[in-house]
Design a protein around this ligand. Structure first.
Ligand code: NZQ
Ligand code: ZN
Length: 387
């Protein structure tokens, strides 16, 4: 099998390094009226917001505070209304993936005529114009800083759904690794796991002999395995943090998905666990992935063997043993970061199985995976094995 046809374009400018936030001055037009969007206040406490405000100089701006982790439609709509009423013409997200994803929805919803929830239900397809937006990310994990996707939740209806549109690439993202030093260990660990599983979802599928993508993916996984524990242990080790950040960005910016199949079933099942039980995104992935790899081991056989050999250096006569060990090492890696990998560790019992399957059916997520053969019955087995 050969590389599938593809088109690749990533228009986001990345500015990376210490003391780079001041470059906002060059990146945002002087006459802009800017709405800075932030989360629950971490960027106030760690000084990032101050630096952003200084860099904006005489530009007119206001701050919208209160985007929650797993950002909600309800809160994002408050920002949309503020922009409409007060005529802001630039959105600047300062925060983690939740802030960035909310900004993408906000930017696409401001000029949308009609019920803005339809944007989410359409998977982002209904977005036809956006107001310009850029980011100062503070949490390496989602890749939202350099991709065209986002995930929006609606608590009242138990929905957590992805949106995508080529209009949702940020104009720029300014990564100053020192602004991530204040992250709690749990968020750093979540970020390592999220970036790892983004890579896996685009790599452990079936082989199309994509030499470049495979070697890139293996490079990202090895970087996360090597640098992850260092950056978790020593948050202010600039070298390790910078390497982790760049791995997380590269894991989901479209590069390693060019011309190859991708899975995303772990993510879709994980989203249901977050909306039902409030489990962090990274944690849900660490719970689901090992059981999913085991359940799909025949379909994923050649890539699981490649992963075991090249990423974990496992050699055995018996190929089944290579796969078993690769999955065990993956789980042990997540656990070593402090991320528990069973539902019961989060106080969730077997009643979750029916609930998750019902949610997947309600969201038409009934043909998941790179071969679209993860039916609700298969998802059920995966969740059961994750208890
Ligand atoms: O809200 P604040 O006060 O800012 O605190 C946040 C939040 O409590 C805190 N934080 C962020 N930067 C910090 C910091 N605390 C101290 N110092 C800093 N520098 O961290 C907490 C978690 O933040 P959040 O943004 O929710 O985390 P993350 O970046 O992991 O984003 C998770 C969201 O992204 C979605 C997830 O589903 C979830 O909703 N995803 C988005 C993707 C995309 N756009 O491509 C792909 C991913 O697979 C993922 O689904
Ligand atoms: Zn993710």
């Amino acid at each position: 099998m050969a590389l599938q046809n593809f088109e690749f374009c990533n228009p986001t400018r990345i500015v990376f390094g210490k003391q780079t936030i001041q470059q906002l001055d060059k990146l945002i037009p002087e006459a802009s009226k800017i709405l800075i969007v932030i989360g629950g206040g971490s960027v106030r406490k760690n000084g990032t917001l101050d630096e952003v405000e200084q860099a904006l100089g005489k530009r007119s701006f206001a701050v919208f505070e209160g985007i929650e982790p797993n950002p909600t439609f309800e809160t994002a709509m408050l920002a949309v209304e503020k922009i409409r009423k007060e005529n802001f013409d630039f959105v600047l997200g300062v925060g983690g993936g939740s802030v960035m994803d909310a900004c993408k929805f906000i930017a696409g919803a401001v000029k949308y005529q009609g019920d803005t929830w339809d944007i989410v239900l359409s998977g982002g397809e209904k977005i036809t114009q956006v107001i310009p937006f850029g980011f100062v990310p503070t949490l390496p994990a989602t890749g939202s800083e350099m991709n065209s996707g986002g995930v929006i939740s609606r608590k009242s209806t138990f929905d957590k759904l992805p949106i995508h549109s080529s209009l949702l690439f940020p104009l720029f993202s300014i990564w100053d690794p020192t602004k991530t030093y204040s992250l709690p260990k749990r968020q750093v660990a979540n970020g390592i796991v999220d970036a790892f599983i983004h890579t896996v979802e685009q790599y452990i599928t079936y082989s199309v002999n994509a030499c470049v993508q495979d070697r890139f993916a293996e490079g990202l996984l090895l970087t996360l395995i090597e640098e992850g524990p260092k950056t978790l242990e020593n948050p202010e080790d600039y070298e390790a943090r910078a390497n982790f950040i760049w791995a997380a960005t590269m894991a989901l910016n479209g590069l390693i998905s060019t011309g190859v199949p991708s899975d995303w079933a772990t993510h879709m099942i994980g989203h249901e666990l977050t909306i039902l039980y409030g489990i962090d995104h990274g944690q849900t992935l660490a719970i689901i992935l090992p059981s999913l790899l085991n359940e799909m081991r025949n379909d994923k056989r050649s890539k699981l063997l490649q992963y075991g050999r090249r990423v974990w250096g496992i050699e055995h006569q018996d190929e089944e043993k290579i796969i078993d060990e690769a999955i065990a090492k993956t789980r042990a890696f997540f656990e070593s970061l402090g991320i528990k990998t069973h539902l019961r560790d989060y106080g969730v019992d077997d009643s979750a199985v029916d609930k998750v399957v019902e949610q997947l059916q309600r969201h038409n997520l009934t043909a998941l995976g790179e071969r679209k053969n993860i039916t609700p019955e298969v998802s059920r087995r995966i969740v059961e094995a994750s208890l």
